[in-house]
Design a protein around this ligand. Structure first.
Ligand SMILES: Nc1nc2c(ncn2[C@@H]2O[C@H](COP(=O)(O)OP(=O)(O)OP(=O)(O)O)[C@@H](O)[C@H]2O)c(=O)[nH]1
Length: 349
């Protein structure tokens, strides 16, 4: 695990500021060596020329839109990179603004060679504070990118009023209550907030958002005000809205379901259930994550998934005194929360 190369998937709608963020990452004195994979839409590699940086190597995927053909291309480039192991500390994949991040994220689970050597660190989505609200209405890709995100760079705040900013933040929270949001101008964010997050990982989400552990999955984004106590002094989580007048929006078709069993689950019930659920509901489930206490198992079972693909394993042992609880989260469209809840509760050991 430890020497797997972290991969950051950088996504965001057209013109949101992905290239601006990438340039910021590459020009900061970070002492790290990045390999950058840029997806081009169409024939001409313009983005490549816009990316600065002397030391970084930029690889282009030119075979059209990343959502259809690119997975093979991405695997080929990653395989090539892995043969030169030691040359890179991290990989950044920038996707075209129209791409659904799912196939990119899936590559890191599906391809054995790739998943042996790399780990998805985080999906980082750059959002345009001025236009996101409109795009959420008319562009499904924009919504997917928000739903997928572990970290959201809410950029171009210079172009909106505080009220508009609060509005767009509320819209984001309605779709994805768990992502970190950083509000920026010209993507000005400390790169430690973007890279090396290990955020494609439920554990981190849970450490930051323990309130949803107590949640039955129905009202989780109304519980924001309960979260403050859990964050440490260096927590970068955006707290101000917990005290302010952030409106809660309900997104009709994109929701999250977070469920907790205060105890152990039976793996012989849980694994078939969750596999069956993602097989049936996969097209609607964008992201799934979970940490489970399996009966008679000293280690924690951790899984994550994208659509119908799940990847899970037994990880560290439960610490002494740590409560053996089982938690799952799904983000997706038109999810039948009640059925998921009943199904999960039936897995109780
Ligand atoms: N006003 C304002 N403009 C910004 C900000 N950030 C970036 N821009 C501008 O927005 C435009 C798009 O930025 P890019 O970084 O190229 O966006 P992108 O997401 O890479 O765009 P595509 O590659 O077309 O998807 C550029 O003209 C930037 O200079 C910001 O915070 N405020």
């Amino acid at each position: 695990m430890a020497d797997k190369i972290p991969v950051t998937v950088l996504t965001g709608y057209l013109g949101a500021g992905k290239t601006t963020l990438l340039n910021r990452i590459l020009t900061e004195p970070h002492g790290q060596r990045f390999a950058v994979i840029v997806n081009e839409f169409g024939e001409v590699g313009i983005d490549n020329d816009l990316v600065v940086g002397a030391d970084e190597e930029v690889f282009e995927m030119n075979n059209g839109c990343i959502c259809c053909t690119v997975r093979g291309d991405l695997i080929r480039i990653l395989d090539g990179l892995m043969k030169r192991k030691g040359k890179f500390d991290a990989i950044i994949v920038e996707t075209t603004g129209l791409a659904d991040p799912a196939p990119v994220a899936q590559t890191f689970f599906m391809d054995q060679d790739v998943s042996d050597k790399t780990k998805l660190d985080a999906v980082v989505t750059v959002a345009d504070a001025k236009w996101l609200t409109d795009r959420l209405k008319d562009a499904p890709e924009a919504k997917n990118q928000i739903a997928f995100a572990d970290v959201i760079i809410l950029n171009k705040i210079d172009l909106v009023s505080p009220e508009e900013l609060a509005e767009v933040e509320g819209r984001i929270r309605a779709i994805n209550p768990y992502a970190m949001i950083h509000k920026t101008e010209r993507a000005s964010v400390d790169i430690s907030q973007v890279l090396g997050r290990n955020a494609f990982d439920l554990e981190r989400v849970l450490e930051l958002e323990p309130a949803f552990l107590e949640d039955d999955g129905h009202h989780h984004h109304h519980h924001d005000h309960d979260h403050d106590h859990a964050c440490g002094p260096d927590c970068d989580h955006d707290h101000h809205h917990h005290h302010g007048g952030l409106k809660h929006y309900h997104d009709e078709d994109m929701q999250s379901v977070a469920l907790t069993i205060d105890g152990e689950v039976d793996p012989d019930k849980f694994l078939p259930w969750v596999n069956d659920l993602v097989q049936r509901e996969g097209p609607n489930i964008l992201r799934s994550k979970g940490i489970l206490a399996f009966r008679d198992e000293p280690r924690r079972f951790v899984f994550q998934g994208v659509h119908m693909i799940l990847d899970g394993d037994l990880q560290r042992e439960w610490k002494p005194g740590e409560e053996r609880r089982s938690k799952i989260v799904f983000i997706g469209r038109n999810l039948d929360k009640e059925a998921i809840r009943e199904g999960f509760l039936a897995c109780t050991a």
